[in-house]
Design a protein around this ligand. Structure first.
Ligand code: KG4
Ligand code: ZN
Length: 330
């Protein structure tokens, strides 16, 4: 029985899993307050984790019908993410591990998004590719065997895909988080109304979304406030189509260059139905976890932890957060 904790951004998450990866409960306490600021404020996120996390853990235990004493280990996200937010999860996990005298496992958040694919309810064995597209990261990983070791086939050279959705939503005056709002607005729009760039100048399997965001900004400026508002659905649909096309093109290239045909899709952007549909229609053999395991959650952290070793007690006590995905920078 594993208790998993995830606090890398603005969701306070806890889950209980069995040692074989069955999810008994998964609770996400979302911090709606960030909507007021148009994005996540790190200091506020950390303070809210302090208030939310223990009730969320208690809820995860009661939903799973499990007592604290039944737990055999604790898993926690170590990074990448907001350091203050991560530290609340890590301190809580350490306290539980020491108090209950059980081992602790440290999980990389991106490994969690990849491991979410194992919760898709289908048979999935390496080798497979995984497109991770979230608010903080966009990359294609090549998973050759179970565990946290994989090679990165391609990554974004500037913004993440979710960040592009969030920034686009802000430009369109839709609010935060942008992905679901752009998706909803796009339903009534024409994806061919505006011709937004698809990073044609970026070769290979790497992504770039910064130019796209700028061209939306210019389009809105050129239209003027009233016209931009009247054509908001068309702008949202065309903007979303440019993001989706880029994802589809890079994934298709990755399949071609690696010869690996199965592609898992994780991270918040995997909740986007246009993206799922685009990839499927391009003939990609796609595995997508249920939406609740695409956006940040602790079940994926618990699932990733199953493949990892327990930390020795001293290392568990000394565990520190890291902010960046670049392992060499730690
Ligand atoms: O994985 P996630 O919950 O957190 C990070 O690790 O970043 O991803 C959050 C991101 C946000 O940028 C959000 O706008 C985006 O995922 N997202 C979506 C959708 N739902 C969430 N993007 C597009 N369409 C959606 N339906
Ligand atoms: Zn995430």
């Amino acid at each position: 029985m594993i208790l998993a904790i995830e606090t890398s951004c603005d969701d306070s998450c806890a889950a209980v899993l069995t040692g074989t990866g069955e999810v008994l409960s998964s609770v996400v306490g979302s911090q709606v307050i960030h909507d007021l600021y148009g994005g996540v404020v790190p200091e506020i996120a950390a303070r809210h984790h302090l208030e939310l996390l223990l009730p969320v853990v208690e809820r995860a235990l009661s939903d799973a019908n499990v007592e604290l004493e039944d737990l055999e280990r604790v898993a926690v996200t170590q990074g990448p993410g907001l350091v203050g937010a991560l530290l609340v999860g890590i301190a809580t996990a350490k306290g539980l591990a020491v108090g209950l005298d059980i081992p602790l496992r440290a999980v990389d958040h991106l490994h969690g998004h990849v491991a979410a694919s194992y919760l898709a309810g289908v048979e999935l064995e390496p080798p497979f590719l995984c497109l991770v597209a979230s608010g903080g990261h966009t990359l294609i990983a090549n998973i050759q065997e179970p565990g946290s070791d994989w090679s990165i086939v391609g990554t974004t050279i500037d913004d993440a895909a979710g960040e592009a959705f969030d920034k686009g939503a802000r430009i369109l005056g839709l609010g935060y988080p942008g992905g679901p709002l752009v998706e909803k607005e796009a339903e009534a729009g024409d994806p061919a109304a505006f011709d937004f760039p698809r990073a044609a100048g970026v070769p290979g399997v790497d992504f770039s979304f910064a130019g796209l965001k700028t061209s939306l900004l210019y389009a809105v400026r050129d239209l003027g406030e009233a016209e931009a508002e009247a054509r908001r659905a068309d702008l949202a649909a065309s903007y979303q189509a440019a993001i989706v096309d880029q994802l589809v093109e890079r994934v298709s290239r990755a399949v071609e260059t690696t010869g690996v045909s199965v592609v898992a899709f994780g991270g918040g952007v995997a909740a986007n139905s246009a993206a799922r549909m685009g990839l499927t229609e391009a003939g990609i053999n796609l595995v997508v976890p249920p939406t609740k395991y695409c956006t940040d959650n602790a079940a994926m952290i618990g699932r990733a932890a199953i493949e990892l070793p327990d930390l020795p007690r001293e290392a568990a006590l000394a565990l520190d957060a890291y902010s960046t995905a670049d392992r060499s920078a730690r």
